[in-house]
Design a binder for this molecule. Structure first.
Ligand SMILES: [Zn+2]
Length: 218
């Protein structure tokens, strides 16, 4: 059975997730921990639950989602799996952090491999389907557990909002299409865990998301 824990890390209030099965096999999604205290929170939970992290998964390459990549690599020996469309963001992490006033950030390890639409990520008893959902960034991915009806969608869709598209590589038409064809086709009772803010469901967003008109019309 899939269990999970979420943390809210770094000045951007980014959600980091740990998914794990009954045997303690775990995946870390988007490690945003950016200082010793946040790293300790992540590691303490892993130790307390006796988890074995075996996968590092990235929904996308924006800095707030990858600040902890170096820590996860050093601590657990895991390099990230991601879509190649965001590799340039991974490579520009340190320079982008300087622009935002975050100094002393370590570069990310190179990816361990690529993930694309239709791929499956398995660890322990858990199986996640990969949904390619560009628009917020060129290489945005969502991870879907059909069995548990849960979706981890990074910054593609939020509780009553959608990802911003004004950052380099963002495109609103592409994002609308990604949400319409990749997310709003999932069952209404799928719970959505976003990169920021509170969880929601596909059904609630189809009814209440203020962008739903634009999403239908593109
Ligand atoms: Zn983002």
């Amino acid at each position: 059975m899939l269990q999970q824990k979420s943390f809210t890390f770094n000045p951007f209030a980014e959600n980091t997730y740990i998914l794990y099965d009954g045997q303690g096999q775990a995946a870390i999604i988007d490690p945003g921990c950016c200082n010793r205290q946040e790293e300790a929170k992540l590691h303490d939970f892993i130790t307390e639950k006796n988890l074995k992290p075996v996968r590092l998964l990235l929904t996308h390459g924006h800095l707030d989602h990858i600040l902890g990549n170096d820590f996860v690599f050093r601590k657990y020996g895991l390099a990230p799996y991601m879509n190649s469309g965001d590799l340039h963001l991974l490579h520009s992490l340190v320079a982008t952090c300087e622009i935002y006033g975050l100094h002393g950030v370590a570069p990310s390890p190179e990816p361990a491999g690529w993930l694309n639409e239709g791929d499956t990520v398995t660890f322990g008893e858990i199986k996640l389907e990969v949904i390619f959902a560009p628009g917020h960034s060129p290489g945005s991915l969502c991870f879907y557990s059909a069995e548990d009806k849960k979706l981890w969608c990074g910054d593609v869709l939020f509780n009553q909002s959608i990802g911003r598209t004004d950052l380099p590589g963002g495109d609103s038409g592409t994002l609308f299409r990604s949400i319409r064809s990749g997310l709003f086709t999932l069952p209404d009772d799928v719970t959505v865990y976003s990169g920021h803010g509170m969880p929601t469901t596909i059904g609630f967003e189809k009814e209440n998301n203020p962008f739903v008109g634009a999403l239908a019309g593109n």
